[in-house]
Design a protein around this ligand. Structure first.
Ligand code: ATP
Ligand code: MG
Length: 310
């Protein structure tokens, strides 16, 4: 895929304006209206019309018959979260061929759900699993094998076997994280991986790209990174679960001003987006925020020593 700078009439300064406004790829430009781009970037409308036209020519169109798509989608598998209520919110659990973002404040349960899914995906299909392995990308050094043991025992699984089927990668910065994901093909093929967990997707990016000057660079890298994950989800029939941190949106004066990190690029990256909140004691609230086919609503579940439950 080409870079924005390869479009005629787009120099470094124009490319930066486009990226800062969220137009980080040729695809995003091709699918936007020139008027919208002109308005959000302040670039002249004639230029915007011109680059949208060029971008459209660059896009290769993959055609697939409805029947082929139907056959591929029939292979979709579901992993239980451990809570019937939370499964219901998601339409029956976490699906393969889809990307899930769970965001929320500290202790809201993002990592615990990642652990629980890493155990549950190893269950047989009639118990809500997929008999599959896990790639766990631990960017915050919060992966805890002993917690996996606790959860595995509760599911009557052999804790050692469960741990052996979890391939943990600990990237030290965003560059290592990007490369680790780019090189996953061989693992995904060989080890019957059915779930990729990234806890969290954004923390390294947040630390490595500080200040406004590097924002467009960050968004561009994040965009490519997330595309790789989406590609794996479909190509290998895998579920992707990633967590995201939050910040306060200063533009909202009343109500809950908590928003996920990552701006435009992440807003459309996940197939399903879930906002987690801590309630009293063990109680947690999950709100489905963004979904192609399910209503926005909330459910309550629990996190106990045994794991995620109703
Ligand atoms: N062994 C356990 N028994 C009972 N509850 C536990 C246990 N381990 C963790 N928890 C609960 O899970 C909470 C931590 O949740 P989790 O680590 O998933 O948060 P998080 O959303 O990932 O937060 P952060 O943003 O800090 O990573 C604890 O505060 C506790 O309530
Ligand atoms: Mg965590």
């Amino acid at each position: 895929m080409k870079d924005l700078e390869d479009l005629k009439g787009v120099g470094p300064a124009t490319a930066q304006k486009l990226r800062e406004a969220g137009y980080v790829s040729i695809e995003m430009i091709a699918s936007s209206s020139p008027y919208e781009i002109a308005e959000t970037t302040g670039l002249p409308i004639e230029l915007c019309k011109n680059i949208v036209e060029q971008a459209k020519e660059e896009i290769r169109i993959d055609v697939i018959s409805g029947y082929e798509m139907y056959k591929i989608r029939q292979k979709i598998g579901k992993i239980t979260t451990g809570s019937k209520k939370l499964d219901e919110l998601l339409g029956g659990g976490i699906e393969t061929q889809a990307v899930y973002e769970f965001y929320g404040k500290f202790s809201s349960g993002k990592s615990q759900i990642g652990f629980q899914l890493s155990v549950n995906v190893q269950l047989p299909e009639d118990k809500g699993g997929l008999n599959g392995g896990v790639v766990f990308i631990d960017t915050e050094s919060t992966f805890r094998p002993d917690r996996i043991v606790e959860m595995a025992k509760h599911q009557n699984l052999d804790p050692e076997e469960v741990l052996k089927n979890i391939y943990v990668i600990k990237p030290q910065n965003s560059e290592e994280q990007i490369i680790a994901v780019e090189k996953l093909d061989y693992l995904l093929k060989d080890k019957n991986i059915k779930l990729i967990v990234i806890d969290s997707l954004t923390s390294h990016f947040r630390a490595d790209f500080i200040g406004r000057g590097s924002l467009s660079d960050r968004q561009q890298k994040l965009n490519k990174h997330i595309h790789n994950l989406q590609r794996y989800a479909e190509k290998y029939n895998i579920a992707v679960y990633f967590t995201n941190q939050v910040m306060e949106n200063p533009g909202i004066m009343y109500g809950d001003a908590t928003i996920p990190i990552g701006g435009n690029v992440l807003a459309h990256a996940a197939t399903y987006r879930v906002y987690l909140r801590k309630s009293k004691d063990e109680k947690r609230i999950a709100r489905l925020v963004d979904s192609p086919n399910l209503p926005e609503r909330e459910v309550i579940f629990r996190i106990t020593s045994q794991g995620v439950s109703d």
